[in-house]
Design a protein around this ligand. Sequence first.
Ligand SMILES: Cc1ncc(COP(=O)(O)O)c(C=O)c1O
Length: 370
Amino acid sequence: MTGPRFTPLVNSLPATVPFVGPEALERARGRPFAARLGANESLFGPPPVAVEAMAKAAAELWQYGDPESWDLRAELANIHAVGMENIVMGSGIDGLLGSLVRLCVAPGDAVVTSLGGYPTLNYHVAGYGGVIHTVPFRGDHEDCDALIAKAAEVEAKLVYLANPDNPMGTWHDAAKVQAMIEAVPDGTLLILDEAYLEFAPQGTAPAVNPDDPRVIRMRTFSKAYGMAGARIGYALGAAPVIAEFAKVRNHFGVSRASQAGALAALGATAWLAETKAKVAAGRDRLAGIARANQMTAIRSATNFVTMDCGKDGEFARAVLAALADLDIFVRMPFVAPGDRCIRVSAGPEREMALFEAALPQALKTAHTKA
Ligand SMILES: Cc1ncc(COP(=O)(O)O)c(C=O)c1O
């Protein structure tokens, strides 16, 4: 028997698991975490109107979702002052990145990103046989100039910038990002991942220009709107670029309940303002906890705070493991020099207090091991 015959490309790929979820960790530990602060989720949850809309839609889930997400795209077009043809919905930014890579990347094609940046793009690129080229972070920021220079050097099909960034939480202002857009080499598309934009200061995002084919922006309901488990996000770009998604996307990949929840969430403007204020307060709280433990909190424009443990990756990994032993789930950047840090989600006081109580003990344990 030959069995299934996978493509040579798939056979050549390592059996990587890009994200080991907290559930898998809990199964391995045999007990739940007391605080879930590691998956860049919003502990403040979705707006109540979205929960209500999703609960109502649950009874209608025998129906497929509208594959065109018409009502939702119409509302988003209105909000961004663009046409509906400038917007495509997907199952989160992660899903949209997969479709975009499928559209652009053939075996051997070059894609540029930051070393140690958000890794999902790399995973998709590997799956289509593309070649990832990286440039290092500079001073804990993604390096816009180096990304563009590398894209030109390797004739990249795609170049990726997350602004604000994960895992460091840092950001560039709109003028810097616009300058990057202006410098995109001919034949390259800039993916501007704005998953955390709602948490960033005014003046972080350049104006949306729906006629500019050099950049595609990615937005999500996973972060500020607290709907990570609903898997819904969108790409915003020039109509001819967006139209290509129809050729490859998973047309029923956004559930009816997610569409209804997202539409309701867009109306929750007062709730969003309150949530942003709570996240900002949570970041301050985490920065205070870091200071009290002789650690440095890197200034963040996201809903997490990346804290410099002041030593190397081995030490930060020991802190992470000790926190897990104390039932606190956090994560850390994978790659040096970012891996001197741990990354903690801002959340309600209950979770902040649990982290505050566990951190000194975790640091002590890590020091004894170092
Ligand atoms: C920079 C960045 N982009 C995208 C995502 C994933 O977004 P989504 O849930 O919409 O797939 C994350 C999640 O952590 C992220 O950090």
